[in-house]
Design a protein around this ligand. Structure first.
Ligand code: IMP
Length: 193
């Protein structure tokens, strides 16, 4: 079985991909390949960041690998916070502060349309491929639910009358930006075996 390095140490993300790969590739995490340094993410686009991370691994470890990057893109804020979603309210990457800032920015706006977008960059046999997943929805005026992470309490996906926080993990994964990008990746990998 071929190894495929996922540029993450997030156990939940790894589990999701492993479950869908039907044992065709063996997913390895950063810590499993001995990569303990912080991988640079200095681009101003999601695609640029995903690509920067997978290039870094490919150049340094000469491996098949992939990396993802996600942002929340809000229409009335011209796509912000976008690639800066994690650090919207400052370098501390504080989700509560990020949500507070988002709600304040949207206070007098009638258009609350938004989407999450994930881009994956894959290096397979020295060639790069990109995959994307999007989920559209609206930003609620206050927090709903306790589950999930990041902006989940204020994001209501289209077709649902609750926030991402109020969905089970399985429900969220089946419609989420990341779930959809991973589906595209898996379809490709299952065909590339
Ligand atoms: P990352 O690229 O997966 O690290 O995501 C960057 C930032 O986007 C995170 O720090 C969160 O603020 C936000 N984000 C990404 N995915 C989600 C999600 O599924 N729900 C809520 N927020 C998310």
């Amino acid at each position: 079985m071929k190894d495929l390095v996922f540029a993450t140490n997030n156990a939940h993300k790894v589990e999701e991909v492993r479950n869908k790969l039907n044992g065709l590739f063996s997913i390895r995490t950063l810590s499993e390949i001995g990569c303990t340094e912080e991988i640079p993410e200095t681009s101003d686009t999601l695609q640029g960041n995903a690509s920067q991370k997978s290039h870094y691994l490919h150049d340094k470890y000469h491996c098949n690998c992939f990396a993802d990057d996600t942002g929340l893109e809000v229409e009335a804020l011209d796509g912000a916070p976008g690639v800066f979603s994690a650090r919207y309210a400052g370098p501390a990457k504080d989700s509560e502060a990020n949500i507070d800032k988002l709600l304040a920015e949207l206070k007098n706006k009638s258009n609350r349309r938004a989407r999450f977008r994930t881009v994956i960059s894959l290096f397979l046999e020295d060639k790069e491929y990109f995959f994307e997943g999007i989920v559209t929805g609206t930003i609620l005026t206050e927090r709903h639910g306790n589950g999930g992470f990041g902006y989940d309490p204020v994001f209501q996906p289209d077709g649902y009358d609750c926030s991402f926080s109020e969905l089970t993990m399985e429900e969220k994964n089946s419609i989420s930006h990341r779930g959809r990008a991973v589906e595209e990746l898996i379809k490709f990998l299952n065909g590339a075996k």
